[in-house]
Write a protein that binds this ligand. Sequence first.
Ligand SMILES: *[C@@H]1O[C@H](CO)[C@@H](O)[C@H](O)[C@H]1NC(C)=O
Ligand SMILES: *[C@@H]1O[C@H](CO)[C@@H](O)[C@H](O)[C@H]1NC(C)=O
Ligand SMILES: *[C@@H]1O[C@H](CO)[C@@H](O)[C@H](O)[C@H]1NC(C)=O
Ligand SMILES: *[C@@H]1O[C@H](CO)[C@@H](O)[C@H](O)[C@H]1NC(C)=O
Ligand SMILES: *[C@@H]1O[C@H](CO)[C@@H](O)[C@H](O)[C@H]1NC(C)=O
Length: 499
Amino acid sequence: MDLFKNPLILKITAFVFITLTFFYLGKHWSHGGYQQLVFFSTPGESVGVSPNYNKDFNVSDLVLQPPPPPPPQSDRVNRTFGIIDSEGKMSDDFEVGEFDPAEVKNWGNETEVESEGEGSRVRIKRFELCKEGMREYIPCLDNVEAIKKLKSRERGERFERHCPEKGSGLNCLVPPPRGYRQPIPWPRSRDEVWYNNVPHSRLVEDKGGQNWISKVKNKFRFPGGGTQFIHGAEKYLDQIAEMVPDITFGSQTRTVMDVGCGVASFGAYLLSRNVLTMSIAPKDVHENQIQFALERGVPAMVAAFATHRLLYPSQAFELIHCSRCRINWTRDDGILLLEVNRMLRAGGYFAWAAQPVYKHEEILLEQWEEMLKLTRRLCWELVKKEGYIAIWKKPMNNNCYLSRDTGTTPPLCDRDDDPDNVWYVDLKACITRLPEDGYGANVTTWPASIQIDAYIARKELFKAESKYWYETINGYIRAWHWKKFKLRNVLDMKAGFGG
Ligand SMILES: *[C@@H]1O[C@H](CO)[C@@H](O)[C@H](O)[C@H]1NC(C)=O
Ligand SMILES: *[C@@H]1O[C@H](CO)[C@@H](O)[C@H](O)[C@H]1NC(C)=O
Ligand SMILES: *[C@@H]1O[C@H](CO)[C@@H](O)[C@H](O)[C@H]1NC(C)=O
Ligand SMILES: *[C@@H]1O[C@H](CO)[C@@H](O)[C@H](O)[C@H]1NC(C)=O
Ligand SMILES: *[C@@H]1O[C@H](CO)[C@@H](O)[C@H](O)[C@H]1NC(C)=O
């Protein structure tokens, strides 16, 4: 394997290997199987102690173990992964990820692993358990001090990230809910989860009558309904697919965002249609809805349409859906809908299910008119309106924007505005330009898109590493019996291209 001749790769491999080995050892030395993986499983104790506390590990022993079995050679298959060099030729001369060796050392510090002597012995530090009231604590969202200092709260600023300053971060273990147990495995988790794992009854009280969620003995049940899914989520998806046949879930439409996702039934049901949905909601009065989504095994993130860009690049989603998500899309010259526009692919769809679409009260009719005017100025085409759903399509290129009357608002964004720059970037009331080269407008259907993307991709996408990860993960599953862990939600903290 040429890969392992590269010293950097070797370092990374060793690092990953050590990390995984500790995980494995921790699991096996804790005498209790899965439950003990939650390091603090005895409720009521004021101090939680890692099962590895005070144990010594011989690092050189661990590092010297053989790496996972090398992936099978595949010379005879035509290579479809690699990078495109400056001449547009496929090449395998690339590094997986961009690792700074210094950074790897920092990680060691952050995991609070103390090294003694020549780096051969390691001791895990002891942490206190956080206060009882912190079971739901999220450092960047529950930073009361920072929220108090906000100049304005009118635009939902308090639901955005306010991370603690360096040095004042969390230094205790957030306790699991009382009576926490191993989650019900997918696919059953789509329909029921343990009450104790997400002990929030407020949503049932508020939304129980709307067929979203109910509590039956020690479980929550999700009937697959929802305020707008009167006939169930399956029927609702069928309706969208019939309204706009081009949406074709699973091939034309592969990545979806569900805004204000509730208990994420929309995303849960789209999974079986081969669509990946990112369900988002703020951590608001309905407690943390995202916890229900994750417990069900549906990908989800806490996020709010407020004053900053969401943490996704431009053209990330083929469909963005909002069913009664209670967002004022027309406020501030449509600044929030412009954020939807940025994240939608060229030719992507926006599906809106809300009262103004179908109710005839005067104020709602006015809101509908406002929405129509705004979407027209954004060059969105109202493809279909039926029942309580309206579906718009974003243009394929900039032609329509450029042919608008001069002075039409919102204006196009400056040419030097980087649409993929999202980290703490303020929202602006301007239309994100589409790339002149048509990138994003000409996507082949899944699964072919995973390969073709490398050809038509932006420069950074060149390090397509899907095949590398496919084989590596298979190696890990075989060597470390990952199947036993019954993993469903995994957070990849250096996702790269998501391989
Ligand atoms: C760690 O393991 C290596 C290799 O097995 C051995 O040579 C060394 O003596 C061990 N160190 C300690 C401190 O046990
Ligand atoms: C590889 O590509 C060549 C040329 O495109 C084709 O003739 C050949 O059949 C392919 N081989 C495989 C194994 O797909
Ligand atoms: C990590 O810890 C070592 C030893 O305590 C220290 O020398 C080094 O500066 C630390 N690195 C960072 C980035 O804090
Ligand atoms: C949305 O915001 C605009 C401007 O602030 C306001 O006029 C309008 O009434 C709001 N619409 C809703 C539904 O709250
Ligand atoms: C889309 O791709 C097809 C086939 O590769 C090509 O013929 C067509 O010109 C492309 N269209 C755009 C808008 O790039």
